[in-house]
Design a protein around this ligand. Structure first.
Ligand code: GDP
Ligand code: IMO
Ligand code: MG
Length: 427
């Protein structure tokens, strides 16, 4: 039995979907524990190419239970569309389960997310506009609606009535926007409740049973460590915790049960949205990476900002999450480079620092300190064991391991399941 948390080690989009799909084969359950449909996880397997936003990436194995944990905020319309689209592709969703404690994204959350971004103007966060921040704010402020709250029509009616009045006051008086109609929201969400009811259950009890029986569990992270509300590049972060610690809170699995924490690292850095990114390349090299790797957001289609691997971020991420394994993805993207660079520190006000500062202004003005290694100028996507990789690629990997303080147990050299070099089995 093992419980494995799969964590984004950078700013998201590291390839978590591919890796969870890979690990799910041996898993009894895959649990999404944070975020919402701001996530976009790509899985390419013999069934085709899939972009998942809420449904866990283990869904392609019918015997693997896929659980949407209590830590996820759910837009029921998006979830139902995802279920329908999977079914249309012949994927069985009979083993999907939704925590009765998960909060719902309501129409006002999406409106407030977009209106807040407009108000922020040039300092906008660049959110995905899915209502994530307002939904998590309401959860913490005890003004949320959970999946269990919409099953009983009477209970839902009174909960909605007590919340909608103040939301409409804010919309009309503070934002000068139109009010939401009670009956429209009630009817829409009641129809979602009817369709989702068979999936909604006490997943904490289900997970306890699985643990007792000694099953393998994969905890599927969303976003990445640098988008964590506490430790990321605040305020340019998301509103839930993508860290290994967040996996406990968002699933109900206690910390002593987690055996392995796997950090997913891209061989370079990307970020989508606003905020500091010290190694961003605003030149031809950045554009080359974007085009070669098709670095456009899975959820919003926005161009991802691209840059060199940031080992300051990598080390910070290893320390925050306690990675027992690293997985390096998209190494093949760098195959044609003459040389590759790794950021080993930041120059801030004449001093070189090797830790990630809290101050966004310091990060904005910092100059990365780079170490340069020779490229390998060889296609790696056909490699299936470490020995197949060119010497300079192995040298790059070894140096990254030294700098981040964690060994890579899988090297990914293409988006497909089989394009993976397994150095040590994770499960
Ligand atoms: P996630 O949010 O962490 O699941 O990552 P995304 O799915 O948003 O973005 C990762 C992208 O990289 C997807 O298009 C994957 O198909 C692709 N991908 C994953 N691993 C590799 C790899 O090793 N090489 C290449 N070329 N693409 C990869
Ligand atoms: P996956 O799981 C990359 C970013 C947004 C924005 C910030 C806040 O696919 O790795 P939000 O809508 O969460 O309030 O936006 O966080 N962001 C992501 N970036 N991958 C993601 O998820 C992301 N989810 C949110 O672009 O900068
Ligand atoms: Mg993504």
């Amino acid at each position: 039995m093992s419980v494995v948390a799969v964590i984004g080690a950078q700013w998201g989009d590291e390839g978590k979907g591919k890796i969870v799909d890979l690990l799910a084969e041996k898993a009894d359950a895959v649990i999404r524990f944070s975020g919402g449909d701001n996530a976009g996880h790509t899985v390419i397997n013999p069934g085709g190419e899939f972009k998942l936003h809420i449904v866990p990436s283990g869904i392609f194995y019918p015997r693997t239970a896929c659980i949407i944990g209590n830590g996820v905020v759910i837009n029921p319309r998006v979830l139902l569309e995802e279920i329908d689209s999977l079914k249309a592709n012949g994927i069985d969703t009979g083993n999907l389960h939704i925590s009765d404690r998960a909060h719902l994204i309501m129409p006002w959350h999406i409106l407030f997310d977009r209106l807040d971004e407009e108000k922020r103007g040039t300092s906008a966060i660049g959110t995905t506009g899915k209502g994530i921040g307002p939904a998590f704010s309401d959860k913490t402020a005890r003004k949320g609606i959970r999946t269990c709250d919409i099953i009983d029509a009477g209970m839902f009616r009174s909960r909605l009535a007590s919340l909608l009045e103040s939301k409409n006051e804010m919309l009309t008086r503070l934002y000068n926007a139109a009010a939401l109609d009670f009956n429209t929201v009630f009817n829409e969400y009641s129809s979602y409740a009817e369709r989702l009811a068979p999936y909604i259950k006490d997943t904490t009890a289900m997970i306890s049973d699985l643990l007792e029986r000694g099953g393998n569990i994969v905890l599927e992270g969303a976003q990445g460590t640098m988008l964590d509300t506490d430790f990321g590049s605040y305020p340019f972060v998301t509103s839930s915790s993508p860290l290994a610690a967040g996996a406990c809170m968002g699933s109900g699995i206690n910390p002593r049960r987690i055996d392995r924490v796997v950090g997913i690292f891209k061989a370079y850095t990307t970020r989508v949205g606003g905020g500091p990114m010290p190694t961003e390349l605003k030149d031809k090299v950045g554009e080359y990476i974007r085009q070669r790797a098709h670095e456009y957001g899975t959820t919003t289609g926005r161009a991802r900002r691209c840059g060199w691997f940031d080992a300051v971020v990598g080390r910070y991420s290893t320390n925050l999450n306690g990675f027992t394994s690293g997985i390096l993805t998209r190494l093949d993207v760098l195959d044609e480079m003459d040389a590759v660079k790794i950021c080993i520190g930041y120059k801030i006000g004449g001093k070189t620092v090797e830790h990630f500062p809290a101050d966004a202004a310091a990060l904005d003005s910092c100059t990365p300190v780079y170490e340069e290694l020779p490229g390998w100028k060889t296609c790696t996507s056909g490699a299936r064991k470490a020995g197949d990789l060119p010497r300079n690629a192995r040298r790059y990997i070894r140096r990254l391991e030294e700098l981040i303080g964690c060994r890579f147990h899988v090297i990914s050299i293409g988006p497909r399941r089989d394009q993976s070099i397994v150095i040590k089995n994770i499960i």
